[in-house]
Design a protein around this ligand. Structure first.
Ligand code: IMP
Ligand code: MG
Length: 175
């Protein structure tokens, strides 16, 4: 297994987060923001972006999985759900990456069913060309090509999440 050189360095990541957080702070100035981190992959992006957001907020998490190794199964399982009452909250879902859109679409509909005051989505990475289900995105860190990436919360087989940068992942070829 090979992890290539950074696609986005620590510095590039932090710079982009600052920009996104400024926009979010502006947009939520008069709102009651509930930032919801989508686990596991979103944990690192979530912790960085909430620290950069300048308006008061509360936090919660949802733990969902839909991925088996390199393939999207199309099935989304929620292992831990939002505990907060969202009916008087402006919910912002914070996710590491959108690929087919199946996971975020499922979570979005699940939250919408509980009638939040508003619902927006912030994703760090967008693999737009892979989309199967269209999901409205409000804040996007970077658009990336259709490559499997790891680091900064993103995993392969639950590994590499601790890398402080994003890298393209390749399985090594044995001859
Ligand atoms: P989707 O349901 O196909 O949009 O997949 C979204 C989920 O798949 C994300 O929450 C990630 O956990 C995972 N995923 C998609 N692409 C990658 C990748 O390049 N690296 C690591 N995880 C990924
Ligand atoms: Mg994820």
């Amino acid at each position: 297994m090979v992890v290539g050189k950074p696609l986005f360095t620590k510095e590039q990541i932090q710079e982009r987060i600052k920009e996104l957080a400024e926009k979010i702070s502006h947009d939520y100035a008069d709102k009651d923001l509930l930032a919801v981190g989508i686990l596991k992959g979103g944990f690192m992006f979530f912790s960085d972006i909430v620290r950069a957001i300048k308006v008061p907020l509360s936090i919660d998490f949802i733990l969902a999985s839909s991925y088996v190794k390199n393939n999207t199964t199309g099935e989304v399982k929620v292992h831990y759900d939002i505990k907060e009452d969202v009916s008087d909250k402006d919910v912002l879902l914070i996710e590491d990456i959108i690929d087919s859109g199946i996971t975020l679409n499922h979570i979005r509909e699940r939250v919408l069913a509980r009638s939040p005051r508003s619902l927006k989505i912030c994703v760090f990475l967008d693999k737009r060309e892979r989309r199967i289900v269209d999901v409205p995105l409000d804040y996007i860190g970077f658009e990336i090509p259709s490559e499997f990436v790891v680091g900064y919360g993103l995993d392969y087989d639950n590994k590499f999440r601790n890398l402080p940068y994003i890298a393209i992942f390749k399985k090594s070829v044995r001859i």
